[in-house]
Structure formats: structure tokens, C-alpha cells
Design a protein around this ligand. Structure first.
Ligand SMILES: C[S@@+](CC[C@H](N)C(=O)[O-])C[C@H]1O[C@@H](n2cnc3c(N)ncnc32)[C@H](O)[C@@H]1O
Length: 200
């Protein structure tokens, strides 16, 4: 119970630290390439949903594309076994500095490995190294979603019966504006809907 309470407290601390941070100043000072809105954060409901998906799929290795301050990463890491691993890809080096001290405090933080750089480049490196994942969470720049999806499948980054979760795939229902929906192939553990009109 102490362990659980500690994890909850640390997630709360991370959430508070994220929403109170002065992201505009950080960007103005040139510490981030982009102005990162605090609303980027996954938040409690989505974090718990992701955690449930990790439990349900019994994933041991997770890939997150787009970490921000690590709320989603930490939520998913909580559901991983002790020897599980989550590789989080993030463009902004500042975010690793921001998240790492909190990861270090958490009993689950040691499962998280942060890789800084363009996710497309890092994915290619992971593929070259023969890495594979049971679950992938795509939550970065929307125009590249389709490229991430293709790169993952074309390079065997997803294990057989693995799951790809895509954040904001309905994109505030804008997908319905252009009537072109694709249901992801059956081998994904869960179905997702993407709109090529928005994603490419
Ligand atoms: C919506 S936020 C991610 C939220 C995060 N999953 C969470 O749990 O709070 C999107 C993140 O993707 C990152 N990002 C955007 N483009 C990227 C790229 N090309 N490569 C890697 N990360 C990228 C942004 O810097 C930002 O931190």
C-alpha cells in the first residue's frame, strides 16, 4: 500500500510541476525548440487508461513516442513488471532534464529509458538494433503518426499480438470532416481509427 501511495504521490507531484511550470519563459530562453503547452500532459484519466491497457495486454516492453514530462510514461511503468521496460522517445532534451528527477524518485522510474531526438530517427535506430515492443503509444506530432505507424510495422518493432495505441486519433472529431476512415488491421490488439487526410 505504501508503494502504491508513493507512486500516486509522485504522479501527483509530476502533474503539479508540469502545470505550474512557465513553459513560455522556457521557450523564450531557447531551452525548448517549441512552445509546449501544459495541456500536452496526458493527465490522470488517460494515464489510468494506459495503465489498464498495459495490465490487460501484459506488456513487458513499451515504446512511447512523445513523452512530454513523462506522466503517461510513469503511469504505464507502474503496470510493468519489475524487469519491464519503457522506452520514451522525445524531441526536447529539456523534457528529459525535467522528468528524470521525478522518475528517479519513483519506485517505477528505473523502468523508463528516455531517448532524445527526432522520433523517426530514433525509431530507425531501434529497428536497426532489433528492438521489439509489446505495446506502442503514439502521442507526438500528428502529421507523422502515419509514418510512425508504417515504420513500426515495416521494421518489426511490434511483437506478434502487440498493441498500438494512438492518442487523439479522432482529433476532436475532425476525422469526420473528410470521409476517409481506416480501421487498423486485425493484428493490433485493439482497434483504432486514423484519418489519412489529417495524418499525411
Ligand atoms: C502530447 S505531448 C506527449 C504527452 C505525453 N505522452 C504525456 O504522457 O504527457 C507530445 C510530445 O511529443 C514531442 N514531439 C513532437 N514532435 C516530436 C518528434 N518529431 N520526435 C519526438 N518527439 C516529438 C513533443 O515535444 C511533446 O513533448
Amino acid at each position: 500500500m505504501d508503494h502504491l501511495q508513493r507512486a500516486l504521490d509522485i504522479a501527483g507531484e509530476l502533474y503539479k510541476k508540469t502545470i505550474t511550470h512557465d513553459w513560455a519563459s522556457v521557450h523564450k530562453e531557447g531551452k525548448t525548440q517549441f512552445l509546449l503547452p501544459k495541456e500536452c500532459i496526458t493527465g490522470h484519466v488517460e494515464g489510468q487508461t494506459l495503465k489498464t491497457l498495459v495490465h490487460m495486454s501484459q506488456a513487458r516492453r513499451i515504446l512511447e513516442i512523445g513523452m512530454f514530462t513523462g506522466y503517461g510514461a510513469l503511469s504505464m511503468a507502474e503496470a510493468l513488471p519489475d524487469d519491464g521496460c519503457l522506452v520514451a522517445l522525445e524531441l526536447e532534451a529539456y523534457l528529459k532534464e525535467f522528468a528524470q528527477p521525478i522518475f528517479d524518485k519513483s519506485p517505477h522510474g528505473k523502468k523508463i529509458i528516455v531517448k532524445i531526438g527526432s522520433a523517426l530517427d530514433t525509431l530507425k535506430e531501434l529497428a536497426k538494433a532489433g528492438e521489439q515492443f509489446d505495446m506502442v503509444f503514439i502521442d507526438a506530432d500528428k502529421p507523422n503518426y502515419i509514418n510512425y505507424y508504417r515504420l513500426i510495422l515495416d521494421n518489426n518493432l511490434l511483437r506478434l499480438r502487440g498493441v498500438i495505441c494512438v492518442d487523439n486519433s479522432l482529433f476532436k472529431a475532425k476525422v469526420y470532416l473528410k470521409m476517409s476512415l481506416i480501421i487498423m488491421p486485425w493484428h493490433c490488439g485493439i482497434s483504432m481509427i486514423l484519418s489519412p487526410k489529417i495524418l499525411v
